[in-house]
Design a binder for this molecule. Structure first.
Ligand code: FAD
Ligand code: EPU
Length: 333
């Protein structure tokens, strides 16, 4: 039995019957081929920054510790960088920013591993990994063969990919390749990036400046999981029909919206949760973060069951007030 408390950023105590750290693809292949493998459930774990353990895990936890970053190709304008699935995402971002390779700097300081990034097409500050994603390699658990997925095959969407649907539980992502820009095109239009760069008197920003700005903004809003247990946004921002939005806006003129595919709009879940009165509320060891209503927190000693019960109460309350159903972004185990 292994306590998973150090392996999830919520800091939840939950025991796994078996725990193996995977540090090579061949080790993973041998594990999968072993006939005892199919006898129990398995869970792939990166940094545990997007999971909530609601009970002990009666199965095998495979902790991804595959390491390595390499350049696989380059031309005059682009460079293709492949990173192993167990690399820490932010370390990859810093590696690329330091080399001057642009495209993922807006995704600075997102916790987690490279291998988990395609799962929900991680995104922040106007950028998603789908924008620079070239391909990934994943081990098919059934065949123990490596397979490649290109951008289209991953079916990326807002916090979505094929790995949350048709391919769920069928692949272990072993590496991801990004196509980055040697002549970076900056994306500073989202949120407070431009304001902050102006405040710092930076007239001609570099990708390192953008990365620094994103880090500063994130640190001012989001709790550091090493200090306060959390998994970032607990819910996705709801994507609703324009008609429903127009109706809501009549009653709530302050409600913001962002364009989404198929003529729909995305509305901020944090605003809905705050208006429903949950922001900063504490219930024993758990609560809703005081600076970001979309983030549920564990002050220490909280359980997954307590957090999921709170999440359901928030869903009911937001639905009752606004008629909008929130869906969790965090993977509930
Ligand atoms: P885990 O939590 O370990 O796993 C997540 C899911 O992916 C699980 O279902 C797991 O089984 C599966 N999985 C993990 N690795 C693999 C693999 N190699 N192959 C197949 N399946 C796998 N996310 C954003 O998109 N944008 C943000 O701005 C953002 N900010 C955050 C801020 C904070 C403070 C925190 C704590 C989280 C934030 N997140 C954000 C969420 C989180 O960082 C991402 O979802 C991240 O990609 C999770 O990586 P992980 O390695 O921790 O995955
Ligand atoms: N807002 C409130 N109350 C709050 C917090 C925010 O009303 O307590 C309002 C803000 O005023 C703003 C809007 O909500 O108008 C959006 O807030 P913010 O810019 O903080 O972003 P978010 O929509 O809450 C999303 C992602 C984050 C990502 C940021 C920055 C989702 C579910 N969350 O948050 O991703 O870092 O944008 O791009 O899409 C994550 O996925 O874990 C995560 C942290």
């Amino acid at each position: 039995m292994t306590n998973l408390l150090p392996y999830n950023t919520f800091g939840i105590s939950a025991f796994a019957s078996q725990f193996v750290e995977v540090s090579s693809v061949s080790q993973l292949q041998s594990l999968i081929k072993d006939k005892s493998f199919s006898e129990k459930p398995f869970l792939i774990l990166g940094e545990g920054s997007n999971v909530l353990f609601t009970k002990d895990y009666e199965g095998l936890v495979l902790k991804n510790s595959l390491k390595g970053i390499e350049v696989t190709k380059e031309d005059e304008n682009h460079i293709w960088v492949r990173a192993a699935g167990g690399e820490v995402w932010h370390n990859l971002v810093m590696h690329c920013v330091n080399k001057g390779w642009g495209g993922i700097e807006n995704l600075s300081l997102i916790p987690g591993t490279v291998g988990a990034a395609p799962m929900q097409n991680i995104g922040a500050y106007g950028v998603e990994i789908k924008d620079t994603f070239e391909e990934l390699e994943a081990l098919n658990i059934q065949t123990s063969e490596l397979e490649k997925f290109n951008n289209e095959q991953c079916k990326f969407g807002y916090r979505e990919s094929i790995f949350k649907h048709d391919a769920k539980g069928k692949f272990f992502i072993t590496s991801v390749t990004f196509k980055l820009n040697k002549k970076p095109i900056l994306n500073t239009s989202y949120g407070d990036i431009e304001t902050l760069l102006k405040e710092w008197n930076i007239v001609k920003p570099t990708i390192a400046d953008v990365s620094k700005a994103v880090i500063a903004i994130r640190q001012s809003k989001l709790p550091d999981p090493t200090v306060l247990g959390n998994a970032g946004s607990f819910f996705k921002n709801p994507v609703i029909e324009i008609l429903q939005f127009e109706k809501l806006q009549k009653d709530y003129p302050a409600l913001k919206s962002f364009p989404a595919p198929d003529g729909k709009v995305k509305i901020p879940a944090a605003w809905l949760i705050e208006q429903a009165g949950w922001k900063g509320k504490r219930f024993g060891n758990i609560g809703v973060h005081e600076k970001q209503a979309l983030v549920l927190v564990n002050y220490g000693g909280g359980t997954g069951k307590e957090l999921i019960d709170l999440a359901y109460k928030i869903i009911d309350s937001v639905n009752g007030k606004f008629g909008v159903v929130l869906n969790p972004e965090v993977n509930i185990i």
